[in-house]
Design a protein around this ligand. Structure first.
Ligand code: 1CP
Length: 355
């Protein structure tokens, strides 16, 4: 498989690169006027996500505008519970909503792991079309939510601030939550394997809400399931091996355990120092992150200065192992120019660490 720019994959494999590669979580999205135009054409978020043609269009938008080192499949983590029959919709101003929530014995028993080539065939078709449209320019990242993060949306029936129903189930009926997580674990494994089969060149598991758990609960209800997935992915071997990135938001307390998870790379948010993370993980894995997304609201000088701080914090002269990213997604109110400034600074400034 030839790639014009494989800097991102080499960095994940901790091989030498010429500069620090960069892509941004939520790089396709509402801050881009071209995204808003396509979304209007599609009529709704699900209209956009379920059309391989529109999904290809919006995946390419940020990589056509900026010299990013990776593209990420345009989809959403919640398409998996949607394919389980929970019926996802996005209510304007309110975020995601499921018409069926999973809160009792009966609804847990009815859960099943969907055949990804059937129920999520539109995602696999999008992967194929995006690979064709990218034509070997940069690698394509596939993704899924973690079993626990998906479970929070399934139990709550949508977004939440306090995770009341999820925690209620965790402490009152841990057996029920484990049953949901078992189904999610299989669903995510099959889904990511289907994405790999369709052509994604790296995969990332988004554990956005693992950080709300206590230490012991994180290990039992989130990390353990992610490790099972990592072990069951058909990632291939050697140079063609598909790297796996795990991202738990708020993972500062579990860096050591994450370093031993079997994933090639760990994504960290901005509350963790990259030097500290490297030390805790004993440089066993590559790191992805971790500029505070709010920096993109600052002046050009500040954006450049803060980007340099992240690169300096990682340090490591002459080696790979760092993929620059934000510590979480790009905010919808960010000015598109600010993203261009960040990409430029990372590409230029990081060269001194890669000679
Ligand atoms: O109205 C719109 O246009 C919808 C906004 C939007 C977008 C652009 C949603 C709804 N999803 C997405 C795309 C998306 N979601 C991507 C695309 C690729 C890219 O990064 O460019 C990805 C990777 C996701 C993943 C996702 N969805 C996560 C995990 C990452 C994270 O940001 O923490 C989560 C938690 C979701 C759920 C979700 N989908 C959409 C919204 C508004 C939310 C968050 C709801 C909440 O806060 O609970």
């Amino acid at each position: 498989m030839h790639l014009d720019n494989d800097t991102f994959l080499r960095a994940l494999r901790k091989q030498k690169t010429e500069y620090t590669p960069i892509w941004l979580m939520r790089q396709a999205g509402r801050y881009l006027p071209e995204y808003m135009a396509t979304r209007t054409k599609a009529g709704s978020f699900m209209g956009l996500a379920t059309s391989p043609q529109f999904a290809t269009e919006v995946t390419l938008q940020p990589v056509d505008r900026y010299p990013l080192d990776a593209a990420i499949l345009f989809s959403d983590i919640l398409t998996v519970p949607d394919a389980m029959g929970l019926d996802l919709s996005f209510v304007a101003g309110e975020g995601p909503k499921f018409s069926k929530a999973v809160r009792d014995e009966e609804s847990v028993r009815a859960l099943f792991s969907p055949d990804p080539t059937e129920k999520l065939g539109y995602v696999m078709e999008a992967v194929k079309q995006i690979r064709k449209a990218l034509n070997g320019r940069i690698p394509l990242i596939g993704f899924s939510g973690s079993p626990f993060t998906l479970a929070t949306y399934m139990v709550e029936g949508g977004s939440t601030r306090d995770f009341r129903l999820t925690k209620n189930m965790l402490y009152k009926r841990p057996d029920l939550l484990h049953k949901i997580l078992d189904v999610n674990c299989k669903a995510v494994t099959d889904y990511l394997n289907a994405q790999i089969e369709a052509g994604v060149q790296a995969v990332m598991i988004f554990d956005t809400w693992g950080g709300i758990l206590s230490h012991a609960d994180y290990l039992e209800f989130s990390l353990d399931y992610m490790e099972r997935i990592v072990q069951s992915l058909d990632v291939g071997t050697d140079e063609e091996k598909v790297p796996v990135i795990l991202f738990t938001k708020g993972s500062g307390a579990w860096l050591k355990e994450l370093g031993n998870s079997g994933a090639e790379a760990i994504g960290v948010d901005w509350t963790v120092g990259l030097k500290q993370a490297r030390e805790a993980m004993e440089d066993k894995v590559a790191l992805q992150g971790n500029l505070d997304p709010a920096v993109l609201f600052a002046s050009e000088d500040s954006i450049r200065c803060q980007a340099r701080k992240v690169i300096d914090d990682f340090g490591m002269v002459g080696q790979g192992g760092h993929v620059f990213n934000l510590g979480h997604g790009v905010d919808k109110a960010v000015l598109p120019e600010s993203v261009g400034i960040l990409v430029d600074e990372v590409h230029k400034y990081s060269r001194k660490y890669h000679q």
